[in-house]
Design a protein around this ligand. Sequence first.
Ligand SMILES: C[S@@+](CC[C@H](N)C(=O)[O-])C[C@H]1O[C@@H](n2cnc3c(N)ncnc32)[C@H](O)[C@@H]1O
Length: 174
Amino acid sequence: MIKIVKLSHDLLAKHPSPEVALDMTAGNGQDTLFLSKISKKVYAFDIQEEAITKTLKLLEENQVFNVEVIRESHDLFDIFVSEQIDLAIYNLGYLPSGNKDIKTEARIVINSLRKLMNQLKSGAIVVIVIYLHNLEESKAIDEFVSNLSADYDAMKHVVMNRSSSPYIIEIKKI
Ligand SMILES: C[S@@+](CC[C@H](N)C(=O)[O-])C[C@H]1O[C@@H](n2cnc3c(N)ncnc32)[C@H](O)[C@@H]1O
């Protein structure tokens, strides 16, 4: 059976030599940990304290020292990241087994994506994991990505025979 997290990591791992990577929704820190293994420097963002604590703990347990964990909304990433970016992941929704009221919002994700598109290196890969429990969010993000210019390749990875499965949007800066 397809594992969406594994697929999202496989898509990111296609980049031959990532220097700067962003985890836009750190959560439990699994995506941050993965990025730390393949990139020189990682910035991880989350708005809730529980996610920051969990991510820092996971990184410490794994003796990871190339990550900056930042408690801030992902649409403000550019205050902290001045470099051009090679990789970014958004894993949308709420913290698994956390407070379901603290969740990503389409407007904020799109503001973040709009800024991110201007700060990507050529060859950069952006992966967005989207769950179907917030149709307003998925629709708005699909629309934003569909209207990107030809400077980007945008693809959707959908599990066709499991209707409730999350899907992935992959954007590559040409
Ligand atoms: C599905 S979880 C992320 C899972 C995570 N990537 C992992 O590997 O465990 C979504 C996270 O997005 C965070 N979040 C919601 N809105 C955010 C925002 N505006 N900026 C940054 N993080 C946000 C939530 O607090 C939650 O921890």
